[in-house]
Design a protein around this ligand. Sequence first.
Ligand code: S3P
Length: 449
Amino acid sequence: MDTLIASPSSGLKGSIACPGDKSMSHRALILGGMALGQTRVEGLLCGQDVLATLGALRQLGVSITGPDKAGCTTISGRGLGAFTAPHAPLDLGNSGTGARLLMGVVAGADITASFTGDASLSVRPMGRIIAPLHEMGAQFMARDGNYLPLTLTGTDTPLSIDWQSNIASAQVKSAILLAGLSARGITSITEPTASRDHSERMLAHFGAEITSETHADGHYTAYLKGEADLTGADIAIPADPSSAAFAAVAALITANSAITIPNTGLNPLRFGLYETLREMGADISISNQRLEGGEPVGDITCHSSQLSGINVPESRAASMIDEYPILAIAAACAEGTTVMHGIGELRVKETDRIAMTEQGLLQAGVEVKTTPDSMTIKGGGGKGNGGKALAGGFTLDACHDHRIAMAFLVCGLASSSPISVSGAETINTSFPNFAELMQNLGADIEPNA
Ligand code: S3P
């Protein structure tokens, strides 16, 4: 197991080229495999999660080459439903997105495939995907009806459905839409608030007929016309705002820091953390805004800031669902109390992120209270801004959770003594060169000698 040690740091400076967006990378490979013709992807994230999806698509008969020297990955699509049955289980490792989206793909094809994953993925709920895909005609055999390993038999004539989801989940929405591509008629999926819409945007980019609406009560529905003709397309993937979040918060909570994160995705349904940090008083500016392949992109600049605690409303949860661990570190360095509402979904991520964040912050000497779906953090003002330093001097096991690992390494930068994170190799799932890129900014994050 790899251990990384983060020591008190200040004066982070420069520009950090964060890796490609994980959500978009999975979708570019998958839609490229379902389209007819070639898809060329620039900036694909080569993290283990995406590589697991890439490997699974190859097992389904999709030819993928690259990335070449220019950073371009080429996918030769097979067309809808034209996959070959894999000879071995599809092992999606740590990736909930890979597993759940590919279940949607297999559900709309006339093949049987088994799905496996690592210790973390094997205890994450799959019932939320099984229920709608079963209604569309797919057959499942899952451990306890809810968990990997599972075996799925799809059909190339799935039924279109109108699914009402009680959670805002882009993975659920995307699995249904991917299966719905092969169905006759319109498939719709309604969620309580809009989750990230990369699937909708990318499906339109590949030529699918897809529309959406947000209702007066905040509910969101996407409508997809089935028996779609997808055509291979060129896609440029921006830097992942969820990965950029770690560098951004590191700069905010350390003294004399000023960093830029160029070419970062600014999709409003991913931008909740940055809005929240700004409400807390963060000096974050955005420049060079543009649209690329249907997605807003720009450069994010962050300066050291005195943060204040706020209430983070439930309505914002979907747009920052992966960012609560790093928000918790910012909150611990803020003056006053931060309350995060409506975050129960965090309990079924790579770990129970409410419990893991609480455990780490308590060791850092921070007052934390949690309920099944909320977290309250009393900040100490932050060492970087003349307030109280976090305690440090402990080791946290990442437990297969990349975002917990990175959040507590950033925490170490603003602590009075170093914080060690064991199992830090999990960071490779989403941010392969995290330590090196942070070191280039001046952050003291080193492997255990
Ligand atoms: C993702 C959706 C989110 C997020 C995950 C990536 C995606 O999950 O937590 O890291 O790419 O669709 P849910 O929207 O299913 O909660």
